[in-house]
Ligand binder design. Structure first.
Ligand SMILES: [Zn+2]
Length: 287
């Protein structure tokens, strides 16, 4: 069932687990994630960056692909298509195309402008029953060409944004996108606890879920994190499995040049990564 992410994440806060947002890049990604969610009876969020949307032929192409696949594969678990790190215009366009959940990332604006724009997007989204994620304190690493330094979000600013009626909030707590460097300091749980104190039961979002140790993930969930974004890890799994298949020379056997065969090991690897994450996040059998 294609839904907004609001109830899904409120249920996650109440049940002390997190729903994974897995970013999609193409048909194989979408199919692998949807099928894994169904097999594990887990709710799931399909993350779509504006860059990925351009690559796949626009927001409408994505909505059509996901809806068609859900019908064809009989996917009955709750699924949200969610714009990841949306710009102001991108958020509006995605909602017009049928995305029922969007992130408006105004973290690069001064807090006053972030508040003004987030407020407007929240009003537009809620008029349609769609959910909105906002961001305070830019998250380190690279987001589709936008490089942010790792920041700790200000808890009072989080409260100001939360009060606009956003449905869930991404706050920087030392997490970064992409692979974590060897000298990474880890998540700042004191900052997370302060943010949770200010924002109450609002579901919190942890970006940069690739490579965060399991114990840190579990502690973050205990402090109100209800959505964890995973992107790079599926890319790494897909690439490694594809490389292994080709390096073993199997692509030269029979008709393994057929993309349906050539991309199969990578697709299976995505499924394994998604299942592993759903198990760690505790979302299995929560659909
Ligand atoms: Zn992110």
């Amino acid at each position: 069932m294609l839904v907004s992410a609001e109830k899904m994440l409120q249920d996650a806060v109440a049940g002390q687990y997190a729903v994974g947002q897995f970013n999609i890049n193409n048909l194989e990604w979408t199919k692998a994630i949807l099928q894994t969610a169904q097999e594990n009876n887990s709710p799931v969020i399909l993350g779509v960056s504006e860059g990925a949307a351009k690559y796949m032929g626009g927001f409408k192409a994505i909505v059509g692909m996901v809806e068609g696949m859900m019908e064809y594969f009989n996917i009955t678990v709750p699924v949200a298509i969610h714009l990841d790190h949306g710009s102001y215009e991108g958020a509006k366009n995605a909602m017009d195309a049928g995305f029922k959940s969007i992130m408006f990332d105004g973290s690069h604006y001064a807090i006053e402008e972030n508040i003004a724009k987030t407020k407007e997007i929240v009003e537009l989204a809620h008029a349609k029953g769609f959910s909105v994620e906002a961001e305070v304190g830019s998250i380190g690493g690279e987001e589709d060409g936008v490089v942010g330094a790792g920041e700790i979000a200000d808890a009072k600013e989080c409260k100001m944004i939360a009060d606009l009626g956003v449905d869930f909030l991404a706050a920087g707590i030392g997490n970064i996108h992409g692979k974590y460097p060897a000298n990474w300091q880890g998540l700042n749980f004191e900052a997370l606890a302060n943010i949770q104190r200010e924002t109450g039961k609002l579901p919190l979002v942890l970006h940069g879920g690739t490579g965060i140790p399991v114990e840190m993930i579990k502690e973050a969930i205990s402090l109100g994190v209800a959505k964890i974004n995973v992107n790079t890890e599926c890319q790494l799994s897909f690439a490694a499995a594809t490389r292994a298949f080709i390096e073993s020379g199997k692509d030269l056997e029979g008709k393994n040049f057929d993309p349906r065969k050539l991309l199969a090991p990578g697709t299976e690897a995505i499924k394994a990564t998604v299942k592993e994450k759903m198990t760690i996040f505790g979302s299995v059998n929560r659909a």
